[in-house]
Design a protein around this ligand. Structure first.
Ligand code: NDP
Length: 270
């Protein structure tokens, strides 16, 4: 039985084992997928331990995605662009690092929510690991404008400066500078929902028929409350992204693409 795990701290809340078990049942793959909590100063030793036990790979979650990037001996192009890794494959003594978060988000928006990004004005809130991971794939979806806004504005500016040149207009600013601007898609990639804090966002941020997307899932966040107060009709949480990034990791490991819609539906009702 090929073994995989998700490594994080904390990790007990992770739905990845449930998702990968569903993918394995659906595709007839014989895999085992567990959860491993690494000590905050023990990520490298934890990965070495999994390799020594013959694991085939691992997903990496908060707060180890940057360490995973440094540890990988080989990187996919999208991991290099993101500067962060969420999927490790252990091969011939080496560690291949990939990042499936961005493709997961874009697939959820385009395919599951059936919302086009091409030619749209997109606002990305946050400049942490999750925002870094999705920037490249969002730009590849050909928006007219992508604006990154972050509490620490210098981080947003550094992110924009590192991005590959694209046709889309790319801006970085503070939350204050958003007053008077309107967007077709607003993606919350901050962790403010974890601490139940409200972002200092102005009124009037959403264009008509806009999509509001919160990468958090599992509960109503202050960002979602704000979008309802603003009258937004299309509001999505990050559950679809979670399942889509897992499906891409499953594909990286097993070269089989599982059906995601049935897994998203099952998680929503459970
Ligand atoms: P990081 O810790 O790397 O980054 C946190 C970001 O949030 C920073 O930009 C930080 O701003 C900002 N922030 C935090 N608190 C506040 C606040 N009170 N007000 C304004 N800005 C704030 O976290 P990640 O990027 O890894 O994760 C972000 C979120 O995305 C999490 O909620 C996580 O659960 C979710 N996520 C969901 C995934 C999915 O599959 N659905 C996948 C990956 C992440 P500053 O730079 O100023 O500190």
């Amino acid at each position: 039985m090929d073994r995989y795990a998700v490594i994080g701290h904390p990790v007990e809340h992770s739905k990845s084992p449930l998702i990968h078990a569903a993918f394995a049942r659906q595709t007839g793959q014989q895999i085992e997928y567990g959860k491993v909590q690494a000590p905050l100063d023990g990520f490298v030793a934890t990965v070495a331990g999994l390799q020594a036990q013959g694991y085939c790979g691992a997903n990496v979650t908060v707060p180890f995605k940057f360490e995973a990037y440094s540890l990988a001996t080989e990187l996919s192009e999208r991991a290099r662009d993101a500067g962060a890794v969420n999927t490790l494959s252990f091969k011939n003594g080496g560690i291949h690092g990939d990042n499936t978060d961005g493709v997961g988000l874009v697939r959820d928006i385009l395919q599951n929510l059936e919302f086009s990004l091409a030619g749209k004005r997109v606002l990305l809130l946050g400049a942490g690991g999750a925002a870094e991971g999705v920037l490249g794939p969002l730009l590849q979806a050909s928006p007219a404008l992508l604006c990154i806004a972050n509490r620490s504005v210098e981080k947003a500016k550094a992110m924009a400066a590192r991005a590959r040149p694209v046709d889309a207009e790319l801006e970085a600013c503070s939350f204050d500078a958003l007053a008077g601007k309107a967007f077709d898609v607003v993606i919350n990639a901050t962790s403010s929902g974890l601490s139940n804090e409200r972002l200092p966002l102005p009124s009037g941020l959403f264009a008509a028929d806009a999509l509001a997307y919160d990468m958090m899932y599992g509960r109503e966040t202050p960002f979602m409350q704000y979008t309802r107060e603003e009258g937004v009709q299309k509001i999505a949480d990050g559950l679809g992204m979670l399942v889509e990034q897992a499906a891409e990791a499953f594909y990286v490991w097993r070269q089989i693409r599982p059906d995601t819609a049935s897994v998203i539906a099952a998680l929503r009702t459970s």
